[in-house]
Structure formats: structure tokens, C-alpha cells
Design a protein. Sequence first.
Length: 165
Amino acid sequence: PKVFNRDTPALGVADAQLKLHLERSSQEPVTLELFLLRKPWDVSVTWSALQSCCAADDLVSTLELSSVVEPGPKEITFAMKQGVQRWIDGAENHGLALRVKGESCGTRVGVISPQHPQAQWHPRIFATLLFDETPPVASIRSAPSPATAQKQAKFSFSGEDAESG
């Protein structure tokens, strides 16, 4: 996918998905939860230590209720439309937190990181954004100049668009 800049901001999100590759060895299904961070991330903050530094409601909001993951290597997809829309609307992007609901030693999940040598396995957000595609309105007035000896006509043009008058 290409990353590009547009001069006009996006109006909304048609669709957005987070794709993660993960590895599991457990035979027990798990439920994963994805949260949008509301505060800057600190490497010392883990889900279990969260209560000591701040309230859970201050740090995250739920984007996807759950996604059941079976054992073995998998690609999973979380719906992210709500979260990406919040970023477009001006909310700060402090990242995401992934949690295994009811985590125990037998339910741990390994997520492939952006440092993995296989780029196609890196975490990615795919978004279809909505833009104002209305073309500018332009009016062109033209008139021929007097005919010349070479039987050519010269035209002059003036134009204005709806935005600049």
C-alpha cells in the first residue's frame, strides 16, 4: 500500500481494519480485546500495572469487543472504523493496546512486531477514507481577437473558480 498526503483533510472513514499476525501454541480459544490509548504510552505500563498509574478508563477505549482466535499461526482483523474516525476528528493517536481477556499462562498470544524481517506480517491499518471529490466550478469566457493577415485568430481567456471568485 502507498502512503500519500492530500491537501484536503478526510471527511470520514468508509472502512478501517487492523491486521495482525500472531502465533499461539495453546489449544484453548482466547478472546482478544483492542483498545485505543488516550494517553501517551509509557514502556513501563503493562495491563497488570495499569491500576497503579491511572484508571483503565483514562487510558483506553474499546474498539472491538472480541475476536476468538484458534491455536496456530493466524492473521486476525479488528474493525477500526470508530478509532480511525476519532483520529480524523482530531483525537490524538497514542497507539493501541491489545489484551487477552482472562489471560493465563495457557492463553498467551504472541503478536508479530514491526521489526519482523517479513514485512507482510507487520501490523497494519488499512483504511478507506472519504474525501470531498466535488470538482471546483470554473467559468471560462472567451472571445476571438480581430483576424490577422495570416488568417489566424487569437483568443484571450479569463476564468474564476467558485472558491477564489
